[in-house]
Design a protein around this ligand. Structure first.
Ligand SMILES: NC(=O)c1ccc[n+]([C@@H]2O[C@H](COP(=O)([O-])OP(=O)(O)OC[C@H]3O[C@@H](n4cnc5c(N)ncnc54)[C@H](O)[C@@H]3O)[C@@H](O)[C@H]2O)c1
Ligand SMILES: O=C(O)C(=O)C[C@@H](O)[C@H](O)[C@H](O)COP(=O)(O)O
Ligand SMILES: [Zn+2]
Length: 370
C-alpha cells in the first residue's frame, strides 16, 4: 500500500491515493470532490455504465449520470431498496435483468453508489454478470468508505445468515468523496466509526489516539481529523487486502468482532446497523481475549471507553446466548464445526482463537450480557 500525493504524470494531486496491490491492483482516491475521478477509475473502452444506488442518494446518482452521459454511450440508473433490503437475491436478479435487457458486455461497467449494503450488492452483481465486469465503488457512508467498498468482498444475505453468498471481486477503482457524507445522518456516521475503531484495535493505534483526543472533532466530516481517520482506516484495509485478497489467513483480522456481531444482526432480522452490532461483537471479542489470557484489563476498558464515546452499545440481553451460538456455527471462519474468533493479545496484535470450549464462550458472554 503506497499513499501518494502526486498523480502519475508528476502533477500534485488534490486527493490522497492509496494503492491496493497483489492479486488485484487498484487505487482508492480520498478527498472532497474526488468524484471527478470516476472516468479514470472506469478506465478505457467502457460504453455502458449501470449505476446501482438507493433512494437516499438518488440526487447524487442522477447528477453523476448527467456528468457521465457526456462521455459514455449509455448511462443507466438502477434504484434498489435501502440498507439490508438491498442484499437479497431478488434484488440481484432485478439488476441482472437490467443488464441483460441492456445488452451489457464484458467491457461495460457497474458503479456501486451508496452505503455498504449497496456496494456489497453492486459488487456481487458485477462479480457474477458474465462472470465479472468492471466495477467502480463510490461509497457514501463512513462504513462504506473505510471498509465495505474498499476490499473486494461482496455479498448478499440468505434466510440462514449474513453474507452467506458472495464473491471476491476487485473494483477497478474506489472513490471516497468526503462531500458525499455531508448528507449522512449522525447515527450512521457513528455506526461507521465502529469499523474505524476496529482498524485502531487490530492494527493502527493512532486511530484510537485521535478518537480519544476529541471524539466530536474526529467524527465531524468538516475537520481534518475526520479525513485523517478515513485515510488511516483505509490504509489498514488496503494493507491487509494487498497481502491476502482471498482471506487465506491475515484478512481474517478484519473480522474482529464480527463472529458475534453477524449473529446479532441475524437475530435482529437485519434491522440493526452493522456497526452497532459489531460494537457489541468487539466488546465480546475483547472479553474473550482477556479470558484467553493475554489482553489486559486496561485494553478491555479502552474498548469500552472508545466505543461508548461513539455512543455505540456494549451489551446484549442475557437470554439470547443459545440462539446466537447456533447462528455463529455458520460463521465463515468456522472450520469442521469448530468456531474460530479473532482476539487481541494486545492492541494492534490480533490472532485467531480456535477450539475454545462452550463454557468459556458463555462466560465471556456473561461479561457483556445485560
Ligand atoms: N464487503 C465488506 O468488506 C464489508 C465491510 C463492512 C461492512 N459491509 C456491509 O456493509 C453494510 C453496512 O454498510 P452501511 O453501514 O453503510 O449501511 P447501509 O448501506 O445500510 O447505509 C446506512 C444508511 O445510510 C444511508 N446513506 C448512505 N449514504 C448516505 C448519504 N450520503 N446520505 C444519506 N443517507 C445515506 C443508506 O441509504 C442507509 O439508509 C452491511 O451490509 C455490512 O455487512 C461489508
Ligand atoms: O473485508 C473483510 O474481510 C472483512 O471482514 C470486513 C468486515 O468489516 C465486513 O463486515 C465483511 O463483510 C465481513 O465479511 P464476512 O466474510 O464475515 O461476511
Ligand atoms: Zn464489518
Amino acid at each position: 500500500m503506497t499513499p501518494q500525493d502526486q498523480a502519475t504524470d508528476g502533477t500534485p494531486s488534490p486527493f490522497t491515493e492509496i494503492q491496493v496491490t497483489g492479486e488485484s491492483e487498484y487505487t482508492i482516491t480520498i478527498g472532497r470532490g474526488a468524484i471527478e475521478r470516476v472516468p479514470e477509475a472506469l478506465g478505457d473502452r467502457v460504453a455502458k455504465v449501470l449505476i446501482i444506488h438507493t433512494p437516499t442518494v438518488g440526487k447524487i446518482a442522477s447528477d453523476l449520470r448527467d456528468s457521465l452521459q457526456e462521455r459514455y454511450a449509455h448511462v443507466l440508473l438502477a434504484e434498489v431498496p435501502d440498507a439490508e433490503s438491498a442484499k437479497r437475491v431478488e434484488v440481484a436478479a432485478f439488476c441482472w435483468q437490467i443488464l441483460g435487457q441492456s445488452d451489457f458486455t464484458r467491457t461495460d461497467a457497474i458503479i456501486g453508489l451508496g452505503g455498504g449494503a449497496v456496494t456489497d450488492l453492486a459488487g456481487f452483481v458485477a462479480g457474477t454478470w458474465l462472470r465479472g465486469v468492471r466495477l467502480v465503488q463510490i461509497p457514501t457512508s463512513v462504513l462504506g468508505m473505510v471498509d465495505a467498498a474498499v476490499g473486494g468482498k461482496t455479498g448478499i444475505n440468505t434466510n440462514e445468515g449474513k453474507n452467506l453468498v458472495g464473491t471476491f471481486t476487485a473494483p477497478t477503482g474506489v472513490i471516497c468523496d468526503i462531500d458525499l457524507v455531508d448528507s449522512l445522518p449522525r447515527n450512521e456516521i457513528l455506526a461507521g466509526f465502529a469499523e474505524v475503531a476496529k482498524c485502531g484495535f487490530i492494527a493502527e493505534p493512532e486511530i484510537l489516539d485521535i478518537l480519544e483526543a476529541d471524539v466530536d472533532r474526529a467524527t465531524d466530516p468538516q475537520t481534518p481529523e475526520f479525513q485523517r481517520l478515513i485515510e488511516l482506516a483505509v490504509g489498514v484495509k488496503a494493507r491487509v487486502v494487498s497481502e491476502d485478497f482471498r482471506e487465506g489467513g491475515l484478512r481474517e483480522i478484519l473480522n474482529y468482532g464480527h463472529t458475534l456481531g453477524h449473529a446479532i444482526e441475524h437475530a435482529e432480522r437485519y434491522q440493526w446497523r452493522h456497526g452497532v452490532a459489531i460494537s457489541i461483537g468487539m466488546m465480546y471479542a475483547a472479553e474473550l481475549g482477556r479470558m484467553a489470557g493475554a489482553l489486559s484489563d486496561a485494553a478491555v476498558d479502552r474498548h469500552r471507553r472508545i466505543l461508548s464515546s461513539l455512543t455505540l452499545p456494549l451489551n446484549y440481553p442475557a437470554g439470547r446466548w443459545a440462539g446466537l451460538l447456533a447462528t455463529m456455527q455458520r460463521d465463515k471462519k468456522a472450520r469442521a464445526g469448530m468456531l474460530r474468533f479473532i482476539v487481541l493479545d494486545e492492541i494492534g496484535k490480533p490472532r485467531v482463537l480456535a477450539g475454545v470450549d462452550d463454557s468459556m464462550l458463555q462466560f465471556a458472554y456473561q461479561e457483556i450480557a445485560n
